[in-house]
Design a protein around this ligand. Structure first.
Ligand code: NAD
Ligand code: LMR
Length: 333
């Protein structure tokens, strides 16, 4: 049996965590042979609810769960962790855009960045789920000068899966047979879900798709899916968000399938002309616990315009929280 790894989850008594924690405990993220120590973090006011989560975990008797620790602060909660899933944040309600949450959540991610810097395992892999996820990841990373910016990622995997699911449904394929989907930019309504290189059963899908369906149905549907779910459920996506987080971490650690790629929000290195210093969703391949941007995908004028629009939004978000960003190291600029 392997040695247990430590996994921190913030917002551990919230809706997403209610799926996420139990799937991690069951081995869905790191595999059925990887024991885990769960370090669950909540606001002091939510500790009683978190005790309820811990009771349910005990009642599942998961063999992989070596210990469950409950914390009401990030400093203790991130102690020695190998993985940190930053879910805790204020979610948006009906009619709000994700950027409305910028100020409300920026402070949380500064504190957590500093706590990760000071207390986490130096190789910690961080996934930010709490919105606005890309800019929160940037804030956390910039407050953790002792860690590499590449250790901080944000989630566009839900958007990636939404794009794959919607395309598969449209062409009558199983999602597993659809590959080479990409999501560019911000986890927001400006994101660009890109199926120009997508394949089904190894064949390009574009020749069989109507351009009008792509621009008027597919792209807006994926961009607005979060809002559509809030309107229907009265609260934001939870099980599918947890599933996206599991997929993101699993592929980062265990690698992406040959011939396919996934989407992750990562610090831009300037690839595809995207400004450095923002956390932007790119198509990536993962191997040996590292990710690499898929290079040389063809970019036409329409794609270029869409990629620029979402880049512009991220630059504006960054400008709005500039006062919370300590000076960048050369690597983070
Ligand atoms: P929720 O309100 O059900 O749960 C959030 C939890 O976070 C609450 O229990 C709250 O007490 C806790 N929390 C708040 N501040 C905290 C802090 N500083 N430290 C620790 N815990 C803290 O919300 P949810 O539905 O679970 O969503 C969580 C976040 O994820 C929201 O920001 C939501 O918008 C976002 N989200 C992102 C994606 C994505 O694809 N990136 C998808 C869905 C939801
Ligand atoms: C989502 O995409 O479902 C989440 O980001 C929640 C939201 O605010 O849209």
């Amino acid at each position: 049996m392997k040695r247990p790894v430590r996994i921190a989850i913030t917002g551990a008594a919230g809706s997403i965590s209610n799926s996420l924690i139990f799937r991690i405990a069951a081995g869905d993220m790191l595999g059925p042979d990887q024991p885990v120590i769960l370090q669950l973090i909540e606001r002091p006011e939510a500790m009683e609810a978190l005790r309820g989560v811990a009771m349910e975990l005990e009642d599942c008797a998961f063999p992989l769960v070596h210990a469950v620790r409950l914390h009401d602060n990030a400093e203790d909660g991130f102690s020695k962790v190998h993985f940190a899933l930053l879910v805790g944040a204020k979610p948006r309600g009906k009619g709000m855009e994700r950027k409305d949450l910028l100020e409300a959540n920026a402070e949380i991610f500064s504190v957590q960045g500093r706590a990760l810097n000071d207390h986490a395992n130096p190789d910690v892999k961080v996934l930010v789920v709490g919105n606005p996820a890309n800019t929160n990841a940037l804030i956390a990373s910039r407050n953790a000068p002792g860690l590499s910016p590449s250790q901080f990622t944000a989630m566009s995997r839900l958007d990636h899966n939404r794009a794959k699911g919607s395309l598969a449904n449209h062409i009558g394929a199983n999602p597993a047979d659809v590959t080479r989907v990409a999501v560019w930019g911000n986890h927001s309504a400006t994101q660009y879900p890109d199926i120009r290189n997508a394949e089904a059963f190894g064949e390009p899908v574009m020749p069989n798709l109507d351009a009008k369906w792509i621009s008027e149905t597919f792209i807006p549907r994926v961009q607005q899916r979060g809002a559509e779910i809030i309107a229907a459920r009265g609260q934001s996506s939870a099980a599918s968000a947890a599933n996206g987080a599991i997929d993101h971490m699993r592929d980062w650690v265990k690698g992406t399938p040959d011939g396919d790629f996934v989407s992750m929000c990562i610090p831009s290195d300037g690839s595809y002309g995207v400004a450095k210093g923002i956390v932007y969703s790119f198509p990536v391949r993962c191997r040996f616990g590292r990710y690499q941007i898929v290079q040389n995908l063809p970019i036409d004028d329409d794609a270029k315009q869409r990629m620029k629009a979402t880049e512009q939004e991220l630059l504006e978000e960054k400008a709005a929280v500039e006062h919370l960003l300590p000076a960048a190291t050369e690597e983070a600029q």
